[in-house]
Design a protein around this ligand. Structure first.
Ligand code: AMP
Ligand code: MG
Length: 405
């Protein structure tokens, strides 16, 4: 099977994601942070609902050149009482209080002096008509669109949905992503690895990556490199209602790398196997179609850095895009060390990106050994430095793209 270029592989994954239908569910506003709206939301009332003061101060009827008034009443927020004012009178008003009929300016408390029942304007202060009044509907008129479908809800959007009286919202259901670790050498992280075992860290890193993209993680545990055990785990995962299956290990060319055969026997159609990247070359991507439902299958390589990088490159961006999120960010930065790269693969190098305070430019250095098993180096990095296929041995000072992780 042909080894694909990075871009072709990413495109094939995106094409398959577009075939998936996202279910729509209704949730409480208080649980909607990070969810993607599946409906447009309209204002059910004028926002604000009435003309009100934006300052603690005094409501008056504007009259050019006037500098003193009689205080004739008080309006705290939420406790409106109308007053019949004339140009000589003022009403004390609090922020958010409804302004009395006919008044058309609020003088802030800082701009006046109260002397008994008299209100005197401080020297040098100018008043303008309509100042410090928030007019009914000026934020949003009743019936107009407040939030549109595909908005990824953040606190500021949730405030607006709340102002529209929406305690329930329709959002796209998160995908359930099952994570399975495979390998005879794997033990639970609570176990002592002893002389020849390995703690199954991938299980936790991929579950965490699923959480980071705000999807539902499902822990499918560890399975040994045994065809029957693998077959039973994979087929029960395929029969379950998960949307995406992510395995790690067992997809390379080793004698006990059975997963490709197992996927095939279990009815998974291979879309591609192997991509011209480093790390992560043995990536398997397939689909399992049952009736009108398609599950996508990612067989990530076992090396902890490879599985992390493969998820970052091939799963994260497409899921974020699919759910309307725009926070897959990269920066261009200047290399502070040369990088040895002789082949025509696309490399993703663990790096540490920093903004230089003086020049306001980004610089990136390598974070430790680039071995695909190096967890400490990975943990110490905050980006993946992209060295494209055609770039050979980039030198210090060259500009490179860095994908933030
Ligand atoms: P494989 O892709 O199965 O050949 O595994 C490649 C390397 O990754 C081996 O050194 C494995 O021990 C290691 N490995 C595989 N799965 C995991 C895992 N879940 N957690 C940590 N290391 C793993
Ligand atoms: Mg293995």
């Amino acid at each position: 099977m042909k080894i694909l270029d990075f871009k072709d592989a990413a495109q094939l994954i995106e094409d398959e994601f577009l075939q998936i239908t996202k279910d729509i569910i209704e949730i409480n506003l208080s649980e909607s942070t990070g969810q993607t709206l599946a409906e447009d939301i309209y204002a059910d009332v004028n926002i604000p609902a009435f003309d009100n003061s934006s300052m603690d101060g005094y409501a008056i009827i504007f009259s050019e050149g006037k500098k003193s008034w009689n205080i004739t009443g008080e309006i705290p927020a939420g406790n409106f009482k109308d007053y019949a004012l004339d140009v000589n009178s003022a009403v004390r008003i609090m922020t958010g209080g409804r302004i009395p009929t006919n008044t058309n300016a609020v003088i802030p408390i800082e701009d006046v002096i109260e002397e008994g029942s008299m209100l005197l304007l401080r020297g040098g202060i100018e008043i303008k008509q309509n100042q410090n009044i928030r007019y009914k509907g000026e934020d949003l008129k009743s019936g107009l669109a407040a939030l549109s479908r595909n908005t990824v809800l953040k606190a500021q959007n949730i405030a607006l949905a709340g102002a529209c009286g929406r305690i329930k919202l329709k959002v796209y259901q998160k995908l359930t992503m099952g994570v399975l670790a495979t390998g005879d050498e794997l033990v639970d992280i609570t176990a002592d690895p002893g002389e020849d075992k390995v703690r199954a860290t991938n299980l936790y890193s991929q579950l965490s990556q699923v959480k980071e993209i705000n999807m539902n993680p499902l822990d499918l545990g560890i399975v040994k490199d045994d065809k029957d055990l693998l077959m039973s785990s994979i087929s029960s995962a395929l029969k379950s209602d998960l949307d995406i299956l992510i395995t790690s290990g067992g997809v390379s060319v080793g004698k006990y790398d059975y997963l490709k055969d197992i996927f095939n026997e279990a009815g998974v159609e291979c879309v591609f196997w192997r991509v011209n990247v480093k790390p992560g070359k043995p990536l398997f991507f397939g689909k399992y179609v049952k009736g009108d439902k398609t599950k996508l299958i990612f067989g990530l390589p076992g090396n902890p850095v490879s599985s992390f990088v493969s998820f970052t490159l091939f799963i994260k961006p497409v899921v974020l895009k699919f759910y309307g999120r725009e926070d897959f960010n990269s920066h261009f930065a200047i290399l502070t060390t040369p990088i040895k790269k002789m082949d025509t693969k696309r490399h993703f190098i663990r790096g540490r990106l920093k903004l230089d305070d003086g020049s306001k430019k980004y610089y990136v250095s390598l974070s430790g050994s680039q071995s695909s098993g190096n967890l400490a180096g990975l943990s110490n990095s905050n980006c993946l430095i992209v060295i494209p296929e055609e770039m050979i041995n980039p030198a210090t000072g060259e500009e490179v793209e860095c994908i933030m992780i």
